[in-house]
Ligand binder design. Structure first.
Ligand code: SAM
Length: 509
């Protein structure tokens, strides 16, 4: 096999993803953020043992991981990066093409694999490449849904190319500690390597990215592991080997007690013990036990469907066709949305009315005029309006008992719905089960323990925000009163502060 220069996978066709890669792409679309040299050196120091070791970087970018090792292979699909890698790493063999296409047909295996996979979210990780990646991983025994970000199948596929006894070391997004698609990666690694070590780093490895990055080491390919080593570092410092101090997380515990999340291991052990004890107490419950948590409606054209009282009056639209709505979590400042709240919106002439029409109704002339206005003609061109019939009927309008913020700053807001309002999909609604009053939820919500639970069951979004998906909100622990009384407040408060500091929330933003 040719040891230097570049190789070409196959001719290109206009419909190919690879052809699309010759078109200018943004750094974000390509997941092209190059690794600081000190991090490159740290990973290579550990992963390369001998000069003759074969090294692979499956997404080599400008070639910084493969430049100084004589026996290297890089894969890269961006033509400009291939050029840069070819001149930076003249001794390496560089394949110009999609990693998954190459991996599907290669019989090469490597003593060491290292790099920084592209972090391309599912909205942009699509088409032929994603289909190929998911099929390949399925064959390897790792199942990802279409919602996966590219780095996860990248790591599984890269791991499948490590030779017996070999190692891999990667930069990984911190979401390996909580994203659902992080779990199949860890499951695959513990089945294939005798050591799997995740090194969490609080301060940013890439100062310009909102994404936090951690390090992942896996060694002893061909073995298996019943534990995941986990180290939490305040900041990255160059190292020859992975940190010698780590928490040995049992894989069974990670699966069963922590929902396949490593993020809780950022907290101290006493905090984890306390949280777990409270969560499994037979009188404790989860928020999802009290009711259904779901998102609100999507209009497709908020400016058109949300009217201000003055607009409604000008257009002669009757109040009976309008429904007061919670448009975003900024309006959830107090613990109740009640008549006084709605009155405040009305006085401020806020866009508080949802135009709420039903399929079978006979449309009054005032509504016909509004629908046929310039704003209405523009609204019906929006994607959501085009795919529903009739376009002006907004589906999924419901009246929850509580509103819960979806993305939050210091903490998620919970507000009782005393004004019969509905809500958009930027907030969640909670519909209580019959017989549940919700008083206990209200009483516990602002406790440090429940807020800690929001941090652990939700996930950081970047930029300091905390995001709670409905399935995550359903897991929030409501501790039994007896349990709450026993909790060591200092431990809970410290754990809460730690989790907030790891998502970089600061009140002064
Ligand atoms: C995060 S950068 C890492 C580059 C380099 N390894 C480093 O750490 O500096 C990811 C690289 O993957 C490339 N890439 C994205 N998807 C790819 C694919 N399916 N096949 C090959 N390369 C890909 C991008 O063009 C980008 O250069």
């Amino acid at each position: 096999m040719k040891r230097t220069g570049r190789s070409y996978c196959r001719p290109l066709f206009a419909g190919d993803d690879k052809f699309q890669n010759l078109m200018p792409k943004t750094q974000k679309q390509n997941g092209a953020y190059y690794t600081p040299e000190s991090v490159v050196e740290t990973l290579l120091n550990w992963v390369i043992r001998r000069e003759e070791d074969r090294l692979l970087d499956p997404s080599c970018g400008d070639g910084r991981f493969i430049a100084n090792h004589p026996n290297s292979v890089g894969i890269e699909w961006n033509s400009a990066s291939v050029e840069a890698a070819t001149s930076r790493a003249p001794r390496a063999l560089i394949h110009d093409g999609d990693f998954f296409a190459w991996a599907a047909q290669t019989s090469d295996r490597f003593d060491c694999v290292a790099g920084n996979p592209p972090f391309i979210r599912y909205q942009m990780f699509k088409g032929e490449t994603r289909a190929r990646a998911l099929t390949l991983c399925r064959v390897l025994g790792a199942n990802f849904t279409g919602l996966t970000s590219s780095w996860a199948p990248f790591l599984v596929t890269a791991a499948s190319l490590v030779a017996r006894g070999g190692r891999m070391a990667f930069v990984v997004p911190a979401e390996i500690g909580h994203a659902p698609y992080g779990a199949p990666v860890i499951e695959y690694l513990v089945e294939r390597f005798s050591v799997v070590h995740v090194v969490a780093v609080r301060s940013k490895l890439f100062p310009t990215l909102s994404e936090d990055c951690w390090l992942l080491y896996a060694g002893g390919c061909g073995g298996q592991s019943t534990e995941i080593r986990f180290t939490a570092l305040e900041r990255f410092g160059a190292m020859k080997v992975p940190p010698r101090q780590y928490e040995a997380v049992s894989v069974t515990d990670w699966r069963t007690s922590w929902g396949c999340r490593l993020r809780p291991f950022i907290m101290s052990r006493p905090a984890r013990n306390l949280y777990r004890e409270a969560a499994v107490d037979r009188d404790s419950t989860r928020l999802g036990d009290s009711g259904r948590i779901g998102t609100g409606y999507v209009t497709g054209a908020n400016d058109f469907f949300h009217l201000r009282p003055s607009e409604a009056e000008r257009s002669g639209i009757s109040d009976t066709l309008l429904h007061p709505t919670v448009r975003n979590s900024r309006v959830l400042r107090s613990r109740r949305v009640d008549a006084a709240t709605v009155e405040r919106w009305r006085r401020a002439d806020a866009p508080m009315w949802l135009l709420h029409l039903s399929r079978d109704m006979k449309l009054p002339d005032t509504i016909r005029h509004y629908l046929d206005s310039a704003a209405g003609r523009a609204a019906r061109q929006s994607y959501k309006c085009r795919i529903r019939s009739p376009w002006y009927v907004v589906p999924g309008v419901w009246i929850p008992d509580f509103f819960l913020s979806y993305m939050s700053g210091v903490q998620p807001s919970l507000a009782r719905n005393d004004a019969n309002c509905t809500c958009t999909n930027t907030v969640h609604g909670i519909q209580l089960k019959p017989g549940v009053t919700g008083h206990q939820i209200e009483a516990l919500w602002n406790s440090a323990f429940v807020q800690l639970s929001c941090e652990l069951e939700g996930h950081p979004l970047g930029g300091g925000m905390l995001k709670l998906e409905p399935r995550e909100a359903a897991r929030i622990v409501l501790p039994a009163p007896s349990c709450l009384a026993r909790l060591d407040e200092q431990i809970v408060n410290e754990a809460l502060a730690t989790m907030r500091s790891w998502r970089h929330y600061s009140r002064g933003r």
